[in-house]
Design a protein around this ligand. Structure first.
Ligand code: ZN
Length: 567
């Protein structure tokens, strides 16, 4: 990157101008006409690339606006600009779908596929399968239900320790090393959800109904089929995912029981109740030993060592203001990495607050950022620059493992505890992710279930994936309420298993890195550089990893994790 550094702008100095919908419309219309008439692949390529530039400009303006809005949510200018994009992005998507439809029906399609690769055609066909004018109203109803749910959650007000708390500010109390505190905190959260149960049941019931209706209108037998299409699962199906979950039950669930047994011993408790689970260590979770002002310089140094390149990509991004790491008033919550397509530069936004999570999040988002930089020339189509979501999560999750050897830089003598905790959480997550996934298969496979039946189904599945959970008779969780805590179940159906699939691929990279760091890095580079040109299994196998669906892989990883965690 250092060659380009001279040309690289500072984020703060990039000029923002609201893009013109009219100009976009004109470009889309004329491209579409050209594509319909063209018999010459060069002509098609030229016009589609002109259109790509228009799309890239629109998306870049949107990304700049979103980031600046998130950095200061109180700024009315960016709020208004966000309203503009909320209103107009669907128009832009619709126009671009029209352009790609013309590509799909081109008389010289075979020649074009040869030239552009199959991926853009697969994506275009997929997009056409999941939307049609007949379902636009239903889609609007679906997203309004999602907004209702998010709105209620964002207004959550829990009075705890005499103070008003949100669900996220409750987290430290839920993990407290003081058992009484965490017990009361969990009770407060349980009470909150019990109070919302009826509303959430009604919203979810309507979501299941409308999603099933959309699926049927589009010609699918149920929403499971449509859900897989929405997630762009080109080379695996529900049967494969079921096999994956079965592998987790067989090889990972027993490990989690052992983890819980040791946790109980460490905490010196007779019985581990659900409110004890988030507290893994007697002395609490490890914290970084450096002040947060040093995260950037230490991060720069770490990535420099790791990739043997100075300044590191991380340093260059930071020196050009392409990151905002710390939590403060009027900054949006959460963390993400978003790319400015016109510049080919990713932006890292997160909310560090001096917990172990800061480092994991910084490294995770840096994985996304590194992949974005590496894949910049992987395709001439912006749609094919990054892969499907599970594959994107491999970039970020693998980075968490590849940075293990450098964690002394952040945690000093506690680095081992950090690594133990990180690995433990990863292993505990796998069965939970599968639980969330199977629950959704049950729900959408049986859309006429009553809310009560859904709660019962969840509780039954919990016993299979989390056999050690004991709710101590909690009136909300015991009858099967815990699924309501998971936003993805409401707002991103079928997304959750992606994290599990990515985890199993990332763990393979970790396992290779223990014996051969160079080989692990080569695989990682290959994965990142391929961008979105391949489907999941293709991508993983071409990089030299095994399919996450393989029973052998799960078995091997289970043994290695036990060895690593001394189980
Ligand atoms: Zn991620």
């Amino acid at each position: 990157m250092s060659d380009d550094q001279m040309k690289m702008p500072k984020f703060s100095e990039i000029e923002y101008k609201r893009p013109s919908v009219e100009q976009f419309r004109e470009c889309a219309m004329s491209t579409r006409l050209k594509l319909m008439a063209a018999r010459d692949a060069d002509v098609v390529e030229n016009s589609i690339m002109t259109f790509q530039r228009e799309m890239s400009a629109f998306d870049t303006a949107f990304t700049i606006c979103m980031i600046r809005h998130d950095l200061d949510t109180a700024d009315s200018f960016w709020n208004e600009e966000m309203d503009f994009f909320d209103e107009n992005y669907p128009v832009i998507s619709d126009l671009s779908a029209g352009v790609y439809a013309a590509l799909l029906h081109s008389e010289i399609r075979d020649e074009l596929e040869e030239r552009f690769g199959a991926m853009i055609f697969r994506k275009t066909q997929n997009q056409r399968d999941i939307v049609s004018s007949e379902v636009l109203e239903d889609l609007a109803e679906e997203s309004s239900l999602e907004n209702d749910y998010s709105q209620i959650l964002s207004e959550a007000d829990i009075v705890f320790k005499g103070r008003h708390q949100t669900l996220s500010t409750m987290t430290p109390y839920l993990e407290s090393t003081d058992r009484e505190v965490r017990k009361k905190a969990h009770k407060a959260v349980s009470d909150y959800y019990a109070g919302q149960k009826e509303k959430f049941d009604e919203i979810y019931d309507n979501m299941v109904r409308i999603r099933t209706k959309i699926a049927k209108k589009l010609g699918f037998s149920d929403f499971v089929e449509l859900g897989y299409k929405r997630m762009e699962r080109y080379d695996y199906n529900p049967q494969k995912v079921k096999e994956f979950r079965d592998n987790v039950v067989k090889y990972i669930v027993p490990i989690t029981s052992e983890i819980r047994r040791l946790q109980k011993k460490r905490l010196d408790l007779d019985k581990l109740f659900y409110y004890d689970l988030p507290c893994l260590f007697v002395n609490g979770n490890p914290k970084p030993i450096i002040p947060k002002e040093e995260y950037f310089s230490v991060g720069s140094e770490m990535f420099g060592k790791m990739f043997d390149k100075r300044p590191s990509f991380f340093q260059v991004l930071g020196e050009h203001d392409f990151m905002d790491l710390f939590s403060r008033q009027n900054k949006a919550t959460g963390g993400y990495c978003a790319s400015l397509l016109d510049y080919g530069i990713p932006y890292i936004m997160m909310n560090a607050n001096r917990t172990a999570d800061d480092v994991a999040t910084m490294v995770h988002e840096s994985g996304h950022a590194y992949a974005a930089l590496r894949s910049i020339d992987s395709s001439q189509f912006i749609e094919c620059l990054s892969p499907t979501l599970e594959a994107c999560e491999i970039h970020s999750t693998a980075m968490e493992y590849l940075t293990y050897p450098y964690m002394e830089m952040f945690f000093g003598e506690q680095a081992d505890s950090y690594r133990q905790q990180h690995m433990t959480l990863a292993i505990l997550f796998l069965p939970y992710g599968c639980l969330v996934d199977e629950f959704q298969h049950v729900v959408y496979g049986n859309p006429d279930m009553t809310p009560q039946e859904r709660h019962t189904a969840w509780r039954e599945l919990e016993k299979k994936y989390q056999p050690d959970i004991d709710y101590d008779g909690d009136p909300f969780f015991e009858p099967g309420g815990a699924w309501m805590k998971k936003e993805h179940i409401f707002t991103s159906p079928f997304y959750y298993i992606d994290y599990c699939l990515a985890q199993v691929c990332a763990l393979q990279i970790w396992s290779i890195s223990r014996k051969n760091k160079k080989k692990a890095m080569t695989i990682y580079e290959h994965l990142c550089a391929a961008g979105g040109t391949k489907t999941l299994i293709d991508l993983v196998e071409s990089a030299g990893l095994e399919s996450p669906f393989s029973l052998d892989v799960m078995k091997k990883l289970a043994y290695q994790v036990c060895d690593y965690l001394d189980l």
